[in-house]
Every structure is written in structure tokens, then in C-alpha cells.
Write a protein of this length. Structure first.
Length: 256
């Protein structure tokens, strides 16, 4: 996994430390690689320590970053567990000295209609997509504040606004995460911390989408490369409260 970086922006995040939750594959892995390519040291955090049904591990992503000349640490992290999140954040701080950037990307997908959604699936979406964002965000805030400011980014979805397409647990959980971050931007502005949401403008056909998309067929013109999300995340990672904060951004609006 290698990302080509224009010379004029390479090193834009030098000296920064990023914690990327949900970074073992897909959008999270691509964002982690992009942040590293721009000079950040990256904590690659996720549950996936061993290969499973869906490809990708924290070690494989970390190894790819390191082999490309970047700095990265594989950090086991279950975002639904307070103890696991706190341990993962502590490990990142011990290794790199602090945290400046959070990308809260860990997520699970369930697009089934409400009437046929098992309770366990509903709870899983809320646990990972909403409570998981809360836990990792709460854990990193003191460390970002100590650095004098930084950037928090929650990965969400354009589906939040698509009310004409019905309801599902995924969109509901992501809408809650957006409300969390919009309010948090006001709370953290005095600490010089930017807080923004980022979603794909179109559909990114990640491994997670392939596994949980319910067989939905996506027209080619509605497919977005994960690199668009990575470029947008790098741009947001460079913000603090004096720049862009309290917004919901679509990837291709930032990357053209």
C-alpha cells in the first residue's frame, strides 16, 4: 500500500502523531498510509490482529507503512471496550509521545430494513459506530489538548441525509456520531482542537462493504476510490480550531 504524494505537500504532517481507529483495511488503512506518507507517525488501531473472513490486519498495514519509509505502530483496539481503547491510546502515547490527530473510522455495516433487523445487529451498529467513536474520542482528547491543539475526524456516511431511501441501523448510528462531533467542535474550540466529520461523496467498495453491503449493486459512476477519502483526511488533519471545524465534509468536495 503506497501513496504518491506531491512534493509540495509531502511532510505537511511532520512531527504529528495520528491515531487511526479501524485501520486494518479499507478506508482506514488508506488514510493511515496517507497520513504516514505526509510525515505523521501513525498508530494503526483495530481488532484485526490475525487474518479472518475479511482480509487485512493491523500488522500488514503497519508493515506496508514502515516498508515505505513511514513510522507506524500496530495497536490492538476494540472500540466497543473502554479498557481496550484506553490501553491502545496509552500504547500510542508511550511509543510516540502524544497524539495530535484522531481518525475515528472503525465501523460495521448493516443496510437491512428496520423490520428485518435483528436486535444484535442494531446494537452492534450503535456499539461500534456511535459508542466506539465516543470512546476513542474521549480517550484522545486530553492528549491532543496537551499538544496545544489538533484535529479530530469521524468518518461517517452520506446515507445520513438520504431519508428518501428509508431507514437502517447503519445510517442511524452514523447520524448520532455526526451530532456528537458537531457539538464537540464547540466544546473543544477553546482548546484549539478542530472537530469535523468526513464521509465519502460516493461509495467506496471496501472489504467491509463487500462483506456487509447486502449484495447491493453499485453503478460504476457511483464508486469512489479510497484515495479520495485519504486526501480529504490529510487536509482535515492539518486543521486546528483556527481553521475548519464543526463541519460535515464530503471527500470529493475537498479533493476535487
Amino acid at each position: 500500500m503506497q501513496i504518491s504524494v506531491p512534493a509540495e505537500v509531502s511532510g505537511a504532517l511532520a512531527g504529528k502523531v495520528a491515531f487511526v481507529a479501524g485501520a486494518s483495511r479499507g478506508i482506514g488503512a488508506t488514510i493511515a498510509a496517507a497520513l504516514a506518507a505526509h510525515g505523521a507517525a501513525v498508530a494503526v488501531a483495530a481488532r484485526s490482529e490475525q487474518e479472518g473472513r475479511v482480509p487485512g490486519t493491523i500488522s500488514s498495514v503497519t508493515d506496508a507503512i514502515v516498508s515505505s519509509g513511514g513510522r507506524a505502530l500496530a495497536v490492538p483496539c476494540d472500540v466497543t471496550s473502554e479498557d481496550s481503547v484506553d490501553s491502545a491510546v496509552a500504547a500510542a502515547v508511550a511509543e510516540f509521545g502524544g497524539i495530535d490527530i484522531l481518525v475515528a473510522n472503525a465501523g460495521v455495516l448493516w443496510l437491512g430494513p428496520i423490520e428485518s433487523t435483528p436486535l444484535k445487529r442494531w446494537k452492534l451498529c450503535l456499539d461500534v459506530n456511535t459508542t466506539g467513536v465516543f470512546l476513542v474520542t474521549r480517550a484522545v482528547i486530553p492528549h491532543v489538548r496537551t499538544r496545544g491543539g489538533g484535529s479530530l475526524i469521524a468518518v461517517t456516511t452520506t446515507g445520513v441525509t438520504m431519508t428518501d431511501h428509508g431507514a437502517n441501523a447503519y445510517w442511524v448510528s452514523k447520524a448520532a456520531a455526526e451530532r456528537l462531533y458537531l457539538g464537540l467542535a464547540t466544546d473543544l474550540k477553546p482548546d484549539n482542537i478542530a472537530v469535523n466529520c468526513l464521509s465519502p461523496s460516493r461509495v467506496v467498495l471496501t472489504e467491509g462493504w463487500q462483506a456487509g453491503g447486502g449484495g447491493v449493486q453499485v453503478p460504476p459512476d457511483m464508486v469512489e476510490p479510497p484515495e479520495a477519502m485519504a486526501d480529504a483526511a490529510v487536509w482535515l488533519a492539518r486543521q486546528d480550531a483556527s481553521g475548519v471545524t464543526g463541519t460535515i465534509q464530503r471527500s470529493e468536495n475537498l479533493t476535487g
